[in-house]
Design a protein around this ligand. Structure first.
Ligand code: ZN
Length: 391
């Protein structure tokens, strides 16, 4: 709620004045004579610390009526308005401040920083961009300005600019950003792939892998490019590395991987892959793929026998539900009671599968590499019986 920087500035003052015991009278009832500036200042601060920004705003407006020269109070008030979603009011306060000729350089810069955030929040990205670019040259604001710029370019999908901002930020704070830069290249590769420009897509993927050779998304995309170019053998080899490296993501490509084996007429390879990875990973999607293979090659009875044996050692709701389905199409017809059980199982599977962000808990039915909730990269993972959500 409250910027740590405000606490740093205000707390020592507050402690010195004994604000802990400050009365929390409704300030609107006080006459100007009773309205003591320092005490009002700390009453406002107290409201802020108690997460009552509306009351704090009332107090600070009153303070400004009595002393309109207090730059810090304008800054605090503007900040509060922005946080409350009143971006226009915040913008007006900050623009007025900047127009004051008496402002010191550091106050002007602080006001610029606040105004840049107002523009950002209002979606006025062109204005926000030019102010943040100005602030990158001010050491005290450089790191934060770069962070805003990268968010801005992400929203605008200006990936090359986002890359150069992260490189600047790497130099400035010494924190490795290569895994996020790899994601930016993957974004461009995905766009090229959807435009059917596989050569360009491949270039971006190679850049992504140079940044982060463990980038699962780049490996998935590389397989897509190879698959698109009908190089199914290469696609199979590429995708199978996911099994070793990040098995949770195998379910993302398993259907296409099986299809690539089929296009190669490589029944043996397909069977070997299913047997090996099913034993190792126990992923329900692999189990169903294996049972479907058995069905199409050896019939329902063999498939049912395999599945029943498997479930004896590896209980699985997905597997059990498929067993019910096998029986429905087999010799026994489904009864009404079977149908109820099938519905319960399907609902249970649906609520325990999908995708979840390990950073903010955002969940959904489709994969996002950039979390719509917390804007984290690669924080979302597929969940299923083999990979339940972390508790
Ligand atoms: Zn998230």
């Amino acid at each position: 709620m409250l910027d740590p920087v405000w606490l740093l500035v205000l707390l020592p003052l507050a402690a010195a004045s004994g604000w802990f015991v400050a009365k929390r009278d409704d300030i609107r009832k006080q006459t100007p004579a009773e309205f003591n500036l320092p005490s009002a200042y700390f009453t406002g601060l107290n409201f802020l610390l108690n997460e009552q920004p509306d009351k704090a705003i009332e107090v600070f407006i009153k303070v400004l009526e009595l002393d309109s020269e207090t730059v810090e109070m304008h800054l605090t008030l503007g900040n509060l308005f922005r946080r409350r979603g009143e971006v226009e009011r915040a913008t007006r306060i900050h623009q007025n401040l900047i127009a004051r000729p008496s402002l010191s350089e550091s106050q002007r810069i602080q006001a610029l920083y606040e105004l840049a955030q107002d523009y950002f929040k209002a979606g006025l990205f062109d204005r926000a961009e030019s102010l943040f670019q100005e602030l990158v040259d001010i050491p005290a604001h450089a790191e934060s300005a770069l962070r805003y710029l990268s968010q801005l370019y992400e929203q605008e999908k200006e990936w090359n600019k986002a890359i150069s901002v992260l490189r600047q930020s790497e130099k400035l704070i010494g924190k490795d950003q290569s895994n996020i830069i790899a994601q930016y290249y993957c974004e461009m590769a995905e766009q090229a792939l959807s435009d059917k420009k596989t050569g360009t897509a491949n270039d971006y993927i190679q850049h992504a892998l140079e940044e982060d050779d463990q980038c699962t998304r780049a490996i998935i995309l590389l397989g897509e490019v190879q698959y698109h170019d009908a190089d199914y053998r290469a696609a199979v080899q590429t995708w199978r590395t996911i099994e070793q490296q990040d098995p949770q993501f195998l379910s993302e490509i398993i259907d296409k991987l099986l299809d690539a084996y089929r296009r190669l007429d490589d029944d043996q390879g397909l069977e070997k892959f299913l047997d090996e990875s099913l034993r190792k990973l126990r992923n329900p999607k692999l189990l169903i793929a294996k049972v479907k293979e058995l069905r199409s090659k050896h019939g329902d009875a063999d498939a049912e026998e395999f599945l029943t044996d498997w479930l004896g050692d590896n209980p699985s709701i997905t597997g059990f539900r498929y067993l019910m389905e096998l029986r429905k199409t087999g010799k026994d017809k489904m009864t009404d009671r079977d149908r109820i059980i099938d519905n319960v199982l399907t609902n249970t599977i649906n609520t325990n599968s999908g995708y979840i962000c390990q950073q903010c808990g955002f969940s959904g039915r489709s994969m996002h590499w950039h979390c719509p909730g917390c804007k984290g990269w690669t924080t979302i993972k597929p969940i299923n019986e083999a990979h339940p959500p972390a508790r």
